[in-house]
Write a protein of this length. Structure first.
Length: 245
């Protein structure tokens, strides 16, 4: 597993979205977060620099991989920020590995299929590589220079979403970590779903920010004109992390 460490301070683990790399999801925001935190970012199975294994992708396996990375780095406890599919992985970490979790930030994530319109889910039945944002394709090829690897990652990400079942209300209510739910007002998951998730998780806060899927984080596929103007999102994240647990 490929990973990077930036800055010093309390550990904050960043988990990228589907089809993404560290750079495409977090390249803009890492310099701000790493001023006061130790940032640990990895690329998950089949993504970016990290190798694949002969299994389908799953949020459970990704959660276990992240937990194993922290064990190898001798980090006993950390905060987590997961974006998009990374938020789903973060939910699994909060459920499967509670002992390593401080606070969690679920950014543009969702916990059941009600989050998005039926057309969103139906689209995975007809998804082809040319539908993947060019900047994400380029981001993968910059890290791993094989078209075959790009197609493999795309197909595995699509299959995972086709099979997405999510989590029960009872599972979400069992999350004990202090949580910040962030969503864009024009995100993939609806604002209503973000509110529902916030109300489901006992110790949570909610922020609805302007823009699309990851615009507030500076995720490159979501930036108007390629420019990130919402740097205040980093302040919001750090303020949440600085509050007493």
């Amino acid at each position: 597993m490929y990973y990077e460490i930036h800055g010093q301070g309390k550990p904050l683990v960043l988990i990228h979205g589907g089809g993404s790399t560290i750079e495409t999801s977090f390249g803009n925001i890492i310099p701000l977060l790493s001023k006061s935190r130790q940032i640990i970012a990895m690329e998950l199975q089949a993504h970016g620099h990290t190798n694949d294994r002969v299994t389908d992708l799953s949020f459970e396996q990704d959660a276990d991989d992240v937990a194993k990375l922290l064990e190898n780095l001798q980090i006993k406890k950390a905060n987590f920020l997961g974006f998009s599919n990374g938020a789903q992985t973060t939910i699994e970490i909060a459920l499967r590995h509670k002992n390593i979790v401080g606070k969690i930030i679920l950014a543009s994530g969702f916990y059941n299929r009600r989050a998005a319109a039926p057309q969103f889910w139906e689209g995975f039945d007809f998804a082809t590589l040319d539908m993947m944002p060019k900047v994400l394709q380029d981001g993968y090829l910059k890290a791993n220079h094989t078209e075959k690897g790009l197609l493999n990652m795309f197909n595995k990400d699509v299959q995972r979403m086709k099979n997405f079942k999510g989590w029960t209300d009872e599972q979400m209510k069992s999350i004990t970590a202090k949580t910040l739910v962030i969503n864009g007002n024009k995100d993939v998951g609806s604002t209503e779903h973000a509110v529902e998730m916030h109300r489901m998780i006992p110790n949570s806060e909610l922020a609805i920010l302007p823009g699309g899927h990851g615009t507030y984080l500076g995720s490159i596929e979501s930036l108007p004109n390629g420019e990130w103007t919402m740097k205040y999102a980093a302040d919001l994240i750090l303020e949440f992390l600085d509050k007493p647990e």
